[in-house]
Every structure is written in C-alpha cells, then in structure tokens.
Design a protein around this ligand. Structure first.
Ligand code: GCB
Length: 576
C-alpha cells in the first residue's frame, strides 16, 4: 500500500489533532490527542489497564475541491483492531494494530459534505491476536504459583473480569497510534509500485494501476536530474553508473522515480543496493556487513506508542552518536515515517511481524497460520521498496524446543512465503529464544541465525565469568551450523545512577561489564555477523515483580539520557 503523498496530482489532509474519546460504554467523552496511545493521556487506572472496546469520534469534511477525485481515508495503524463508522454506519474493519488500511470514501461522503467519523478500537489480546495474550491464564512475569487454591481462584476471577495479560514484555499501548489522513487523487490512479534495483544500474519495476492510462517513469538522481526513463506498467530502466545506497557510515544515496499515469503522479524513492547471504557472511553490495545497533521499541512518555517525528529523529541521531548502524523493529512493524528516515540516514532495519508470545502447547500456533501469513504479506507489501530494510523477521522468540517439529511446520511455510512475496528476495530470519538449542529445528533453517541470549542475566545471574564460559560453549555449537549469526538480544536491567565499586546486577558498572564480556566472546568468532543489544532505551511494560518502572535494559533512559554502557558501546562501535 502506497504511503500518502501530496504532489501536483494528489492532496493529503492530516486529520490529527483533538478528537473525542470514550473509554467504554456509558463513560463520558473526553478530549484525546490523535495520533497517540490513549493509555497515558488520562491519569486513571482504567485507562492503563482497560481491556475491551473504546470509541474515538471526530467530524470530517471532504473539501468541495475534491470533486471528480478518488477520496480515501487512510489509517496508518489502529491498535489492535478497528471498526470504522460514518454517521453511525459501518464502512470498514481492520484486524491488526501495526499496519495501514484504507477505506474508499468516494461514494460514501460526497465533496462538500461533513460526516461524523467513529473509530471503534479493540485493545484485547488473546490467542487469536498478534501480539499474543495469555488469555488470563498466567502473567508474563511472576509464576502465579500454580496449584495454590487461593491463587488459582484469584486467577479465575481475573479471567472473568476480562483483563489483558500480554504474553510479551512491552506495555499494551492502544488506540489510534499513527496518523489518519484524507487522501485525494485522480479517479484513474496508481495503486502500487515495486522497484528492484541491481548494482548494475538495471531497475526492474512494476506499476499497478486502476483505470485507463499509460505509465511513464522518470528516474531522478539526488540533484533532480533525469538519469533514466521507461514506459509501461512493467519493465526495466537502466541508470548509467549508479550511486549505491550504502549503510552508515557510507552514503545512503537515494533516487526518486517520478511515475506518471494519466493525470496521476507518484514519487517513489529507492536505493540501489543488493543484499545477500554467502556462506557465513551477510553481504550488502557484495561487502560483508556487521550489524551493530540496539533493538528498539516505539515507546516514549505521554504518547506511548504514538508516532512522533521528533522522537524518531532524536532516536536516529542518538544511533549516530552511538556509531550504530542498525536496529530491529522489535516486536512489530514501525510507523512508515521511521523507514523513510532510515532510508535517508543509512540505518539498516530488520523488519519484524508482531508475532511475539507464541508459547508452546499441544495446539502449536493456535491456528494463527493464515492470519500470520496475511500480516507478513501486508508488511512486505508496505515496506518492500525501502533500501534500509535488509532482513524480514517472521517473529520473536516462539517456543521452538518443546515441540520442535510442530514449530518447524508452523514457521517454515512462512519463511518460504516471505521469499515468494518479496520482489527483492531479502534474507529471512526468525528470532530465537534462549532454549535447548540442540533441539531447535527451525531457527537454524533460516538464512541468518538470530538468537536472543541472556547469559549472566536471566541465567547464571551476576556471574559473568561463568556466563562467558557457557556462552562460549553455545557459540561452539552454532559455529558448526556455518551460517551468519547475529546476537539479536542481550542485556541487563540497569537503574541509572546506581553504582557499585563491585559492579553487581542493576548497577551501571554491571551493565558495562556484561557488554564487555559478551563483546569479548563475539570478537573471537568469525561467523558472528552482528550484535544487537537489548534495548536502545528503557521502555514501559505491564507491571510485574521483575519490572521496576518498566524494562530497564536501555542503554539510554526512557527520556534518552545515556547510561555508562552507552558510552562503552559508542567507543567500541566507533572503532569498528
Ligand atoms: C526477550 C524478549 C524481549 C524482552 C527481553 C527482556 O527475550 O524478546 O521482548 O523485553 O527479553 O528484557 O526480558
């Protein structure tokens, strides 16, 4: 789905601002900011902990000037599912909280008219959603002491109340998290574009259109000069001696394709770069690439998971400060603005579906296969043209060792599907949990092995010498698999300002010593192609006995102040 664009043929009206919000049936309507999560905008426990349907409303007008145009209402993300009503009548629905959807308004609200728009939001998570909820059975942290009569009775009561218990470690922020826009374009229009550039300068392309017309393409360099042209809905344009898109610290050179179709026009940026796995190397433009940068969350004070360009820019500038070159969109696709920014800044992205929390049981995958495939399809469709995206991640930390064959049967078809869907055929991974790795069939079957490991934190806690010994032993195992390996999470909760001459867990000294120890193990191995600490910044989670004010494994605090370990990694990565 194309990102909304204002140009000589198209107009976009941003519908962000103050809307009205009702948390539940019968509650009063309150002012609420859009886009942003609703949870932290009102200081009431209900807003934080609510599980169920809520409603947003505002009035929208289609300008009279949009006569004879196609008009669409575009939601970049409503978490986790949405029902859209116009003057009380349902006009659309969408399942899934991190990808865009569009409703054609052309015949529903004529130019010059105003209507009341209602967005019904459902924030509930369970075995039929991505990310997954535990269905009230067990909280993510805390064992809920199975078997104790009174605790079991409490769990039952909790389940009846209808609470959200995430099977994942980030706060279940909900609402209209990303922009809402009214988009006008000619009736005969460009529906989608696909670009597959090669280092030779050959750019394969396809343009999907609706209505009558012919397609013409001009490819412009960064100075606006036309360097190639093509005619027709698909074909090849050739850029003579192209500038390559290179990740930081190289130059992330971007071209723009100006696509004309009848009266419509769309400008698509793309980069000329190739991504490939060869033996145990990950290659960008034929050169070995070493991933080094912390994983992220979309998380900031007040707005929760709400899109904010200022936060995005600040974060990416801090990646530059860190001398980092990448992140993973743990644990869901991010706002489209972030990918466009990373295209320009040369920050490489591992793009992840929201499949997190898939624990093992007899009924592995809870029948999510088709829906998961749809989400993967929509994510690849949305992000396929971004040069910054170099790996697709099918999901995070499913159980893969309790029912190894069931896990393989669930995930392998998704792996194949990702390869079939992606016109650029990027490498695919599934991020593995710390587990009985010898039993795991699916994680080693990926193009690049991504493993999350917490030696010295969740296990062998605090004893970094023993942790080093154990981690080295596991690396011996992976060395034999002979694929590129990325340590895709490792980290230690750290309270900023907590110090110790002897660095114990939670001190800044411990966090730094932990990273020094792991770095030492990684530096010994040739097949290791990346290190992605957990996490860029402290972030909000649901409350629990292991979370004091959220997850504190950030290299930065939640308000983006560096801890000691950030200085250490900045120095390490600066010397790479
Ligand atoms: C993990 C998860 C991540 C958690 C992290 C932690 O393995 O992938 O979502 O936040 O561990 O800090 O426990």
């Amino acid at each position: 789905m194309l990102y909304p664009q204002s140009n000589c043929a198209r107009t976009v009206i941003d519908l962000g601002g103050l809307w009205q919000f009702r948390l539940k049936e019968g509650a009063e309507w309150k002012n609420i900011a859009v886009p942003a999560s609703y949870n932290d905008q009102v200081p009431e426990a209900d807003f934080r902990n609510y599980a169920g349907l809520s409603w947003y409303r505002t009035r929208i007008t289609v300008p009279a000037a949009f006569r004879d145009q196609r008009v669409a209402l575009r939601f970049d993300a409503v978490t986790h599912s949405a029902r859209i009503l116009l003057d009380g009548r349902e006009i659309g629905r969408h399942r899934g909280g991190y990808l865009p959807f569009e409703i054609d308004l052309t015949d529903l609200l004529p130019p010059g008219q105003t209507g009341e728009l209602t967005v019904e939001v459902d924030n509930r998570i369970n075995h039929s959603t991505l990310p997954i909820g535990t269905e009230g059975a067990t909280a993510f942290f805390g064992s809920d002491n199975p078997g104790i009569t009174a605790v079991e009775a409490g769990k039952k009561l909790r389940q009846e109340k209808g609470v959200n218990l995430p099977a994942f470690d980030f706060f279940n922020y909900a609402g209209i998290n990303r922009p809402v826009r009214l988009c006008a374009m000619p009736r005969a229009y460009i529906r989608d574009v696909t670009f597959v550039p090669a280092m030779s300068g050959e750019v394969r392309y396809a343009v999907d259109t609706v209505g009558e017309g012919t397609v013409h393409i001009d490819i412009l360099d960064a100075d606006g000069n036309t360097v190639a042209q093509a005619e027709g809905r698909e074909g090849v344009a050739v850029i003579p001696s192209p500038h390559l898109w290179e990740p930081w610290p190289g130059t992330p050179y971007l071209y723009t394709a100006r696509i004309s179709f009848g009266e419509d026009q769309y400008l698509q940026t793309f980069g000329v770069r190739e991504v490939r796995v060869e033996g145990n190397k990950f290659l960008i433009n034929g050169k070995p690439f070493y991933f080094h940068g912390p994983c992220k969350h979309e998380d900031s004070p007040f707005r929760g998971r709400g899109m904010d360009q200022c936060v995005n820019v600040t974060d990416i500038q801090l990646y530059h400060w860190l001398n980092a070159n990448c992140f993973r969109t743990s644990h869901y696709p991010y706002a489209e603005e972030m990918y466009a920014l990373c295209d320009r800044e040369g920050i490489v992205i591992v793009d992840e579906t929201p499949a997190v929390g898939m624990w093992a049981d007899e009924n592995y995958g809870w029948g999510l296969n088709d829906y998961h495939a749809q989400v993967l399809r929509d994510m690849i469709d949305r992000d396929k043209n971004h040069p910054c995206v170099v790996v697709w991640s099918l999901g995070n930390e499913p159980s893969t060792d309790t029912y190894p064959q069931k896990a393989y049967d669930y995930w392998y078809p998704l792996y194949e599907l990702a390869h079939r869907l992606d016109p650029q055929n990027r490498p695919v991974t599934l991020v593995g949990c710390q587990n009985i790795y010898e039993k795991d069939l699916i994680v080693p079957a990926m193009d690049v092995v991504f493993i999350n490991r917490y030696y010295g934190w969740y296990n062998l806690s605090g004893d970094l010498d023993t942790a080093r010994y154990a981690f080295r032993m596991e690396l011996d195992y992976w060395e034999k698999i002979n694929k590129p390996l990325v340590l895709s999470e490792y980290g230690a909760d750290t309270i900023p300002g907590l110090h110790g001459a002897v660095g114990e867990m939670f001190t800044e000294e411990f966090q730094q010593a932990f990273y020094e120890m792991i770095s030492q193990c990684l530096d010994e191995r040739d097949f290791v192609t990346g290190e992605m600490p957990w996490n860029f910044a402290d972030f909000d989670t649901c409350q629990g006995p292991m979370r004091a004010g959220g997850n504190r494994k950030g290299l930065f605090t939640r308000d983006r102040r560096p801890k000691m370990a950030a200085h250490y990694l900045r120095h390490r990565w600066g010397n790479m």
